[in-house]
Design a protein around this ligand. Structure first.
Ligand SMILES: N[C@@H](CCC(=O)N[C@@H](CS)C(=O)NCC(=O)O)C(=O)O
Length: 377
């Protein structure tokens, strides 16, 4: 029994000696050594300060937000991209003379807005369904969002970008068809600028404006513009947190997107399976961030109902079936298109049951599906 105790003590003694000897090595620095260490530290601190100041000066002088550096006219392609058409929408009464191809996701609210405009006016068009995860069919474009419209002209294929620009430009054309489409497009230059973080952004600043020669009722056109902007800046932001509210709801939404976008026909099985599952998971996570970014209420459904009621109240106060009066205007079409994008989702049924938008929505649905605006062409 004694032996282990003795060995333990001996072990501690040895360890102490060893530690003391190591400590003495570590602390036995000569005055010259100390001076060198101090010198080195000062040089290091000096270099650090110079780098820090240079970096700060660079950052202070770096151009900050919204510096406009380039303005271009949307280009004319000589050859169309070699992408198969997913669907051809043909309206026998179409008199517009337009030959359009819409690159889209079937349930993207901005694409639904463009389709609502085309369908209401009875304009024929081709559809290319884009895979929302891999986006193979818009590889030819430097702009990586949908909708994109290509219009076949005599001398090439005109690119239109951004749902509101597409609607404004085509609306200007069908109101005054004597003008060249290419000239109208020149009135919507794409501006390149740097945002707050310095990232390059593209925008068509006057996308809510119509380019018309004849005089129009400015009050009406201003009101239309105000609601179109509201649809893009407010209403649309209530959708994602609602349709991707839980993982189950997100999966249900993606399965519905697959059904209406005919993904089974348009994409290989592995790609479709990948989009549905990866997309549902990603959007469920992103939906939570969007809820915070756009200041939605804790129960996101309430924010959606509030915005729908806000619009329905404005229509009611007007005393006409539409915000545009007896006929839908571009604001009605924008709000309808945006809400139409979630028609198969649980959130949509909840909106119908819990807000006052239902009557207006179904009156719009009839107007769009019967191409009632075709008479205006
Ligand atoms: N301001 C654009 C917004 C278009 C937009 O954000 N589209 C979404 C689809 S709903 C998109 O393409 N996002 C890029 C992506 O899917 O990677 C418009 O009105 O057309």
């Amino acid at each position: 029994m004694n032996l282990p105790l003795k060995s333990l003590r001996a072990f501690f003694r040895k360890s102490n000696q060893l530690i003391n000897s190591k400590l003495s090595i570590a602390t036995s620095v000569s005055p010259v050594g100390i001076r060198n260490v101090v010198k080195l530290s000062l040089v290091g601190a000096g270099i650090g300060t110079v780098i820090g100041i240079t970096y700060s000066v660079y950052n202070l002088n770096k151009p900050l937000a919204h510096i406009i550096n380039r303005e271009i006219t949307l280009p004319l392609l000589q050859d169309p991209p070699n992408i198969p058409i997913s669907r051809r929408i043909r309206i026998p009464t179409d008199q517009s003379g337009l030959k359009l191809t819409l690159y889209q996701y079937q349930t993207c609210p901005f694409c639904c807005k463009v389709r609502a405009f085309l369908d209401y006016h009875g304009i024929s068009y081709n559809v290319v369904e884009v895979d929302p995860v891999l986006r193979q069919s818009i590889k030819w474009s430097t702009y990586k969002k949908v909708p994109i419209v290509l219009a076949e002209l005599n001398n090439g294929y005109q690119i239109f970008l951004d749902s509101s620009m597409i609607v404004s430009a085509l609306s200007s054309y069908i109101k005054e068809p004597n003008r060249e489409l290419r000239d109208i497009v020149k009135s919507y230059p794409q501006i390149t600028f740097a945002d707050e973080s310095g990232a390059t952004k593209y925008e068509i600043m006057n996308r809510y404006f119509l380019m018309l020669d004849k005089t129009v009722n400015t009050k009406e056109i201003e009101e239309e513009r105000k609601w179109r902007k509201w649809a893009d800046d407010v209403l649309v932001h209530t959708l994602s947190p609602n349709v991707y509210r839980t993982f189950a709801e997100s999966l249900q939404s993606f399965n519905w997107f697959s059904e209406v976008g005919e993904w089974e026909k348009n994409f290989p099985a592995w790609e479709r399976y990948f989009i549905i599952h990866v997309g549902a998971l990603a959007m469920w996570i992103i939906g939570k961030r969007l809820k915070m970014r756009h200041n939605l209420k804790e129960d996101v459904r309430i924010s959606l109902y509030d915005e729908c009621n806000f619009f329905a109240k404005a229509v009611k106060e007007k005393g006409t079936p539409f915000i545009g009066g007896q006929r839908p205007n571009l604001a009605d079409l924008a709000v309808y298109g945006i809400l139409n994008s979630i028609e198969g989702c649980a959130a949509f049924q909840d909106v119908l049951d819990n807000s006052k938008i239902k009557t207006w929505y179904f009156t719009m649905k009839t107007a769009v599906s019967q191409h009632q605006g075709g008479q205006l062409l």
